[in-house]
Structure formats: structure tokens, C-alpha cells
Design a protein around this ligand. Structure first.
Ligand SMILES: C[S@@+](CC[C@H](N)C(=O)[O-])C[C@H]1O[C@@H](n2cnc3c(N)ncnc32)[C@H](O)[C@@H]1O
Length: 397
């Protein structure tokens, strides 16, 4: 990783994003934008001693935990979104050969016996996602798949891949957009699912050596018990108004982790950095209850003054984000062993041209909570905007 921090020209390095993960076995099971690069995590793990206990308090798709257990370490993740908890647990789990055989058989049976459809997911504007015949085919496939057992979960994952591949959603940008809903024949859809089952089962056949624990919980409380970790390797949400729930909606509806639209807004409000649906209106009345990190007040004033319309709302957004990070680092302090390391991959942000120097604010909060040697280095440029970077903020316990 040092190359990226040295004097080299800093570009938009594709190997440091989720796109790079697709070729890496279980890391490539689903293509989700929250995921960070396996390469970054592996480089960080290289620096740890044997037997290190690794924590990711914003575990997302479980990249850190999977990298840790792949090399025989123990990996703990904490994640608020129940769909991602399910996914990370599946990715880090060990599978018996007979489970894989059962999954392959059940997939064949389901494709032969497509029958009673499940109801279509209650996604707003569902026709933007799937052409009507494709949606019908997906509902019939889902209705024919098993619902219990490890083999059923592997097929649920393969189904997730297929339904996205058959949809009109495009994930070419940091956030998702739509092309025209594609039409596919039943034979094409079937071939796609068969490919997806094959890809999932192939990666599931390589079992990780170490043990993972993925906790469904809040990084501001860190419900991991009275334990200490040697390394925290993580990528929290960035203060850039990206909604993970928005991105994950199709997966969450199809897998039953989301039943009504209102719950998506609630989950986004609970998440750090969320502003979707109900979260936006609540932000208007939100008030800070802790001292701000050094330098934040000035940035907030500039954002507030930059727009009569939404300046105050966005200033509140940024303010709340850093209060949440403050709370998280306070909860983290007793969980980090003396000399343990922190590595936070974060992005800075800009509102109305006012730069939010997220890395400096993280450093300041890490110092506030007694971490040592807080510093940051640029990993890569995020997009064509000159001043937006992904950075690594590190410190020691
Ligand atoms: C940048 S993503 C992490 C991606 C992860 N590194 C990966 O490779 O998949 C940030 C994650 O933090 C989660 N999150 C947001 N607020 C949280 C909270 N208060 N507690 C735990 N997780 C939270 C989001 O749901 C999202 O999955």
C-alpha cells in the first residue's frame, strides 16, 4: 500500500475498489458498492502478527472478516444492516461437501419444477427493475427453491446474483442507476441461474481456515462483549450522503429483510451517514449533544452559508455524522489492546464546494479518545472531482 501514499501520481485505482473483488472467490459473490478492496485489507493484514484478533465495526459485506479467516485469523464484524449480516455470515462460513451436493440437486429440481410463484417484491416502480416476463420467471424460480438449511442459503445467494443480472439496474457508478428493463427468454434466464449456482458453489468449496463472528449491532455501542482486538480494519460510511439501504433494496426485499418502504428510511436513520426518506426530515430537528472535533464548526458554518435552501440541513448532516463517529470511537477504545492498530478507509466529501476534511476530523476524534499516532494518507482519487479522495486514517491503541 505504501506505493499509493508515496510520491506517485494518484489516480482512480480500480484495484482499490469493489470491482477488483469479483475475481476473488467468495469476495466476488455479490457485486455491492459498499464493499472495499480485498487488496487493501490483505496489505494491512500482512503487517499483523500471527494470531492477531481482527475487528471490523462497519463490516458491510464482510470483506475484512473473510480476509482474516482466509489466513487462519479470527475475524469479528459488526453491522447494522440485517441483509449484510446474513451475507457476511454466509461468506465466512464453512460448508460440508454434502451441503454443496444438496444445493446443486435442489437447483436442478427447482429449474425443472418452476411452479407456484412467490409474490413480487414490493419495490417502488418494480417495472423499472424487471420486464414483466422476467419478473414472473424470477417469482416462479423463488417459489421452487428450498427455504431452509445451508444449501437453501447458498441458492438464495445465487438467486440474488441472477435477479440483479436480469434487472435493468446498472452499478457502473458509485451509486446505482437504471438502464431499460431487459427482456430475456426463459432459457437465457435459466442459463444465467445455472452459471450463478456454479460460481457460488465453486467458491463455497474452499473453506476458510479461521473463525468469523458477525454481530448484528451498532458500531456506536459495539456489542462484542468484554474482549480486546489487536487490529481494527474498517471502512465506515463516508460523510457523502450515500445510502446503503437505497443500494441494497432489491436484495433486501427479495430476501425478506425489508417488507415495507418505511422501514428502509428507519434503517437509514439508524445508520451512520444515512439521509434517505424519513432520515432527511428528522435531520432538520437534530441537535448535537457532545463537543465538536476541532475544525468542524468552521466547516459547518461555511456549508450553512453556502445555500439558503439546504445549507442548514447539510450542515446538520455532517455534524451528526461526526457525532456518531465520536460515539463509535468512544465505544471502541476499551476494545483495542495496548499497541493495537486502527486502519480506517474513509472518503472526504464536499458540499457546495466546501471541503469536509474527514480524515483530519477522524484524526482529531481518535486523539480525543486516547489513540496515539493518528495520521492519514491518500489511497486513491475517488472521481473526477479534484479534491475527492479515499484515505487511510491510522492510529494505535
Ligand atoms: C463502507 S460500508 C463497509 C463496507 C465493507 N468494508 C465491505 O467491504 O463490504 C459501511 C457499512 O457500515 C454500515 N453501518 C452504518 N452505520 C452503522 C452502525 N451504526 N453500526 C454498524 N454498521 C453501520 C453500513 O450498513 C455499511 O454496510
Amino acid at each position: 500500500m505504501t506505493g499509493a501514499m508515496g510520491g506517485e501520481r494518484i489516480g482512480r485505482r480500480a484495484e482499490l475498489t469493489f470491482r477488483h473483488n469479483r475475481e476473488h472467490g467468495r469476495h466476488g459473490w455479490l457485486r455491492l458498492t459498499p464493499a472495499y478492496s480485498v487488496r487493501v485489507v490483505r496489505d494491512l493484514l500482512d503487517e499483523l502478527p500471527e494470531g492477531a484478533r481482527v475487528l471490523d465495526p462497519f463490516s458491510g459485506t464482510g470483506t475484512t472478516a473473510l480476509c482474516a479467516v482466509e489466513r487462519g485469523l479470527s475475524g469479528t464484524g459488526v453491522e447494522l444492516n440485517p441483509f449484510l449480516v446474513w451475507l457476511a455470515r454466509l461468506k465466512t462460513r464453512r460448508f460440508a461437501k454434502r451441503t454443496l451436493a444438496r444445493a446443486a440437486e435442489a437447483a436442478t429440481e427447482a429449474l425443472e419444477g418452476l411452479g407456484e410463484p412467490v409474490p413480487a417484491p414490493p419495490i417502488h416502480n418494480v417495472e423499472r427493475w424487471w420486464a414483466a416476463p422476467v419478473l414472473d420467471w424470477l417469482c416462479r424460480l423463488k417459489g421452487a427453491l428450498p427455504t431452509r438449511g445451508a444449501h437453501a442459503e447458498l441458492l438464495e445467494l445465487a438467486f440474488c446474483r441472477t435477479m440483479i443480472a436480469l434487472s435493468g439496474a446498472a452499478f457502473d457508478h458509485p451509486s446505482m442507476s437504471f438502464k431499460e428493463a431487459k427482456s430475456h427468454t426463459d432459457a437465457q434466464a435459466r442459463a444465467r441461474f445455472e452459471d450463478d449456482v456454479r460460481a457460488v458453489l465453486e467458491a463455497a468449496a474452499t473453506n476458510p481456515a479461521g473463525k468469523a463472528r458477525i454481530v448484528h449491532g451498532d458500531a456506536r455501542a459495539l456489542p462484542v462483549g468484554d474482549v480486546e482486538f489487536d487490529a481494527v480494519i474498517t471502512s465506515p460510511p463516508y460523510p457523502n450522503r450515500m445510502s446503503y439501504v437505497r443500494e441494497l433494496r432489491p436484495y433486501m426485499y427479495w430476501t425478506g429483510h425489508l417488507k415495507v418502504a418505511r422501514d428502509a428510511g428507519e434503517l437509514d436513520w439508524d445508520a451512520i451517514g444515512g439521509t434517505w426518506g424519513v432520515a432527511t426530515s428528522r435531520l432538520k430537528h437534530w441537535e448535537r449533544s457532545r463537543p465538536r472535533p476541532r475544525g468542524l464548526g468552521k466547516v459547518l458554518g461555511e456549508i450553512r452559508r453556502a445555500s439558503d435552501k439546504n445549507g442548514a440541513l447539510l450542515a446538520n448532516y455532517v455534524d451528526r455524522y461526526f457525532e456518531d463517529i465520536d460515539q463509535h470511537l468512544e465505544a471502541l477504545r476499551p476494545r483495542v489492546a495496548a499497541g493495537g492498530t486502527l486502519a480506517y478507509v474513509i472518503g472526504n466529501a464536499s458540499f457546495y464546494g466546501v471541503l469536509v476534511p474527514a480524515e483530519k476530523l477522524f484524526e482529531s476524534l481518535m486523539r480525543r479518545h486516547g489513540f496515539h499516532d493518528a495520521r492519514s494518507a491518500i489511497l486513491r482519487k475517488r472521481n473526477s472531482k479534484k479534491e475527492l479522495y479515499e484515505l487511510l486514517v491510522s492510529a494505535r491503541g
